[in-house]
Design a protein around this ligand. Sequence first.
Ligand code: ADP
Length: 168
Amino acid sequence: MSQKRVGVYPGTFDPFTLGHFDIVQRALKVVDHLIIGVADNAIKNPLFDVNERKAMVERDVQQLLAQGMSVEVRSFDELLIHFVRNSGANVIVRGLRAVSDFEYEFQMAGMNASIDSSIETIFLMASDKYQFIASRFIKEVRRLNGDISPFVSNHVAQCLAQKFSSKK
Ligand code: ADP
């Protein structure tokens, strides 16, 4: 009997980028259902609160739902492994960019595997053109009035514009 593969793609998504979107599309090729888990992560002091981040992801994945893809967005504020278990998922999906991501991701996957060895972590690489995109650089470029349109959806670009104008 083959078990349904349910994946969780967790992240802060502050904000959701085209790099994240690329990983979501790739993940949908390997799991039957994907839950994008938006971590509350108050400790990271995000620019957008968790509901704003979740709404941005929902808006960006609407096009995938329209294509019949099995994807949903949830926020969480608990240990990732608990969220994965409580969601009935069995795979954690993470994205890998450069070597610099590797050490952190390696440690996190190791910790999670030691907490629950029944849950596998898989790593996917974004395509070349999205590899260098990072939420933190996007925020910095936008804060300094640079053009971020190649890195995020129009909707996320609008949310960033609003956020920075309300902070002035
Ligand atoms: P976290 O705070 O959990 O690292 P992020 O939102 O920064 O959350 O990233 C979520 C996941 O997406 C991480 O696995 C990260 O490595 C991956 N990721 C982020 N940007 C990219 C990108 N441009 N290409 C591939 N993976 C990415």
